[in-house]
Design a protein around this ligand. Structure first.
Ligand code: PMP
Length: 420
């Protein structure tokens, strides 16, 4: 066959690649929550492009809209000019997402990655407040460009920069970081309220409500609310990085919807296009929308093909209450299956929220072995956490319950074999 052999990737692709190390085959096709490799073997996808395929692979309605757009020679690239595809997306986003939630935020299309949306958010908060310090949290992950990296906790990622990644960011303990029973928002409160703490007045407090790369640490609603109140008391903006936890991953479109807060700035990417096409945006309250023309630009802001599929994703799923109701049911299936996994391993425990849950199995070696064995059995699943110790499920939200159960049963069998 003409399918590329794994040798070309080993020979020519940079060693910076990571996922392929665990999944050493060549994928050629995917629909829904299943992927097929060159040997014709199929795999259930419990990774979903790290939450960029929340609506599954090749959704038929998105595909049809995209094919129609291409067939009629619709705009592919328009820099940031007005195009019909962009306008249609904005209208859908306003109607189905922003208005029902009472949000008057402006939509800024940034470069196509989550990291760029974070860069824009940090710069915007600094420009809007005239302050420079940004407070971020232990184990937070915000991307690998210099600004986003300065807010990222993990030393391994920061080490890739080859120079100290300072950038005037103060890191504080995330919810749960000091163990159960310790309310870490009290540290923040004390530091902010004490002129001799050495903490510079912050432009913004930046956090994920569930730390995706950091090991599925889910902040409580109380903690999040307290942190937001503190930010506003001290003249700082609240930035929620919803790149991974957004687009329905936690059960609602935004991850913070049931926490009684509305952030001043929100970053989104990954599943926004719904089709795996690069697209990112930064939502900002109008009064903080402070960039002048070209102050934060980039050639690939707003790919029109991504707008086309993103509009379908918004209209198809976020006006459909059956889809939204199904998320809680599936989250429960996930909790039950993962609890069974946790029960097999001494000291293991469940982490996360909604459809981003996993099990801390205690060591990266064990988590890696379980995922590798699961892959041999036809399940694509990855780890996260500072030591890769969390077996993490990020299946498409559209995965049928039956397939969810099948994937979980592969995972449990894999764990049994490894633990034997
Ligand atoms: N923020 C969060 C919360 C993320 O999970 C990620 C990616 N894993 C990013 C930012 C960076 O996004 P990207 O990889 O598209 O730059």
């Amino acid at each position: 066959s003409n399918t590329p052999k794994p040798s070309i990737f080993k020979r020519r692709e940079s060693d910076a690649r990571s996922y392929c190390r665990g999944f050493d085959t060549t994928f050629v096709k995917a629909t829904g929550s299943e992927m097929t490799d060159a040997n014709g073997d199929t795999y259930i996808d419990f990774l979903a492009g790290c939450s960029s395929l929340n609506y599954g692979h090749n959704d038929p309605d998105m595909k049809a809209a995209l094919v129609e757009h291409i067939t009629r020679d619709g705009m592919t690239h328009g820099l940031d000019m007005h195009t019909d595809a962009k306008g249609d997306f904005l209208r859908a986003f306003e109607q189905h997402i922003l208005k029902p939630r009472g949000m008057d935020h402006k939509v800024m299309f940034t470069g196509p990655t989550g990291a760029n949306a974070v860069e824009a958010a940090m710069k915007m908060a600094r420009k809007a407040t005239g302050r420079t310090n940004i407070i971020s949290f232990t184990n937070g992950f915000h991307g690998v460009t210099m600004g986003a990296l300065s807010a990222t906790g993990n030393g391994y990622h920061r080490g890739g920069a080859g120079l100290p990644v300072g950038g005037h960011v103060t890191r504080m303990p995330f919810d749960g970081y000091m163990g159960e029973g310790c309310d870490t928002s009290k540290f923040l409160e004390a530091m902010l309220g004490d002129a001799s703490s050495g903490m510079d007045a912050p432009a913004a407090i930046l956090f994920e409500t569930v730390q995706g790369e950091g090991g599925l640490n889910a902040a409580s609603a109380e903690w999040v609310k307290k942190v937001c109140d503190l930010a506003h008391e001290h003249g700082a903006l609240v930035i929620v990085d919803d790149v991974q936890a957004g687009c329905g991953r936690t059960g609602t479109f935004f991850s913070f919807e049931e926490m009684g807060i509305t952030p001043d700035i929100i970053t989104m990417a990954k599943s926004l296009s719904g089709y795996g096409l690069p697209m990112a945006l930064t939502l900002v309250r109008p009064q903080h929308d402070v960039f002048g023309p070209a102050e934060h630009n980039g050639t690939f802001r707003g790919n029109n093909h991504a707008f086309v599929t993103a509009q379908v994703a918004i209209e198809k799923f976020w006006s459909d209450s059956a889809f939204q109701d199904s998320l809680a049911t599936k989250a429960l299936v996930l909790t039950t299956g993962l609890q069974e996994l946790a029960d097999k391993i001494d000291g293991a425990y469940l982490k996360g929220r909604g459809l981003m849950q996993g099990v801390d199995v205690g060591s990266g070696a064990l988590a890696g072995e379980i995922c590798a064995r699961a892959f041999q059995k036809g399940l694509v699943i990855e780890t996260s956490g500072p030591n890769d110790e969390v077996v993490k499920v990020l299946a498409p939200l559209t995965t049928p319950e039956e397939t969810f159960r099948k994937g979980l049963s592969i995972l449990l069998d894999a764990a049994d074999e490894v633990l034997e």
